[in-house]
Unconditional design. Sequence first.
Length: 425
Amino acid sequence: MTKVLQNVQMVNEQGELQIVNITMVDGKITEIGQNVTVAGAEVIEGNGLVVAPGFVDVHTHLREPGFEHKETIATGSASAAKGGFTTICAMPNTKPVPDSVENMQLINGLIKESAAIRVLPYGSLTRDISGEVRTNIEELKAHGAVAFSDDGVGIQLASTMYEQMKDAAQHDVVVVAHCEDNSLIYDGVMHEGKRNKELGLPGIPSICESVQIARDVLLAEAAGARYHVCHVSTKESVRAVRDAKAAGIRVTAEVCPHHLLLEEMDIPADDANWKMNPPLRGIDDKDSLHAALLDGTIDCIATDHAPHTVEEKCCGMVGAPFGIVGFETAFPLLYTQFVETGKWTLKQLIDWMSVKAAQIFDLPYGTLEVGASADMILIDLNKEQTIDAEGFVSKGRNTPFNGWTAKGWPILTIFEGNIVYQEVE
Ligand SMILES: [Zn+2]
């Protein structure tokens, strides 16, 4: 059956808004144009709102299997759909870890059963993400691993990283790294800077992240591997990635919305809803992340959606797990803070959240063009709303942005031609 999303404003290559209709058949886009109409088609009225490709999030935690009290594939993917995402990559710190064919098949089965959108699982780089025994990259790739990571922990041994990078290069998959040298964490719960001293809390120095990135880009060069850095947070990390790119090393990088929006001095108190890894850094670090996005050193934006229970986050930073939720607030916050204020264009933000992310992993998603999967969202740029964590579709309530007001809310999400989220007035 043919469907038409009609009367929507699409951002063209020049960044201008153009009114178009978009037709879809069997989950694919078949036509985009000003005079496209199809007799008898099912019409979805766009009311002149902005259409964008469904967002692509290459860094998410869905917690299932193993931690269903925090989130499930069903609730996490529904939360993503509400935030405008249609493709998300799920990190492997689940129980069991996708480190064997058997575990990969288990996770693929769960995704097939309950995902509202496209969920692409990572395979782990080591067994049980313990950094010790290497996984079989060829086998896991054959069973659907989109890329490889031990996210949640850094790979401590250079030789383990190097050997896996060589295998990844041979099978043309990307190694994705949470960079953290365990000998430099010092039991920290926030950035080692000014604010942690005021609050009397142990700090994680910037070098904890940046030294491992510096090591890894050299390993990637030697291995000929494609290497992607998760959640870059420090100015030294930015410099390491920038220098590596200039040297022709195949490195890409992502940044999270919270690191673009917040810095350490914004942390109001010893409140675990402000605890994430990497932590909120200094103002100089935040500024360098913005510069890096604009000059292409950082390739895309990823949420690092990391739900935890209210009980886990209730009682200060020291005992709480790291992480905050991100799907349902990412676009409106970034739009309001950086597009409405004229720092970025709408096209830049949409690209960083869709096609630029997809390109890192050669995913054919995140674009609005004929022949592409009919994954698209409608955004009401004028709709203003206060963030209320109690209203999240995610099981997680752990956000530092509760009570913030933002504009630019996704109100309709179409995945493979079907509506998977629609705002109810
Ligand atoms: Zn991480």
